[in-house]
Design a protein around this ligand. Sequence first.
Ligand SMILES: Nc1ncnc2c1ncn2[C@@H]1O[C@H](COP(=O)(O)OP(=O)(O)O)[C@@H](O)[C@H]1O
Ligand SMILES: [Mg+2]
Length: 203
Amino acid sequence: MHKGLFITLEGVDGVGKTTQALLLKEHLEKQGHQVLHTFEPGGTRLGSQMRALLLNPEHKDLHSVAEILLYAADRAQHVYEVVRPALAAGKTVICERFVDSSVAYQGYGLGLDIEGIKQVNHWATGGLIPDLTIYFDADPAESLVKTKGDRIEQRTLDYYAKVKEGFLAIAHAEPQRFKVISAQGTREEVASRVLEALEGRGQ
Ligand SMILES: Nc1ncnc2c1ncn2[C@@H]1O[C@H](COP(=O)(O)OP(=O)(O)O)[C@@H](O)[C@H]1O
Ligand SMILES: [Mg+2]
């Protein structure tokens, strides 16, 4: 397996993943670790083009299967180009979003084949599994107000409720790997929860 620690951060947009990734990086670097902070989708040159395709609202005809495979293709490029080499070099990798996002958003959120998504992603990543995943839990309605403004459709809220349910189902199935922390409070309060979740993981 790999030498470095692979940490992924999950949670809806605007919940504080980037903020906490940077704080955690700083903390671990002070302890003498070499740390790589990266993200999906779009963490590579090729991936940024796949991200643009995925997030372009004009592509209403993008089929859900194609969407799942594009996320997986972006992930494969990122894993083989960025994540695996860093882990092999002994670095700690902090990655915003990974396979759990596909399972929660496309699987639970859109109601697509969860086992199929897991299989495709297992193949895409060569079976890479995070040592630790931290999920920033928040009320979807509150997070969405931050990112999308005040007018949020019920359809959108229903979708995000299912996404949240998906993340919590993963937490229930894999309690050792997947830690749920509250995203409420100051940056420092959340950061101390992140460190608690990290305790006993070789850092
Ligand atoms: N604990 C916090 N309290 C208040 N604002 C925060 C907190 N954490 C992050 N933010 C702010 O919320 C916004 C979204 O945070 P960000 O880390 O980019 O989230 P994500 O990467 O999950 O989309 C940013 O403007 C950030 O500065
Ligand atoms: Mg971010």
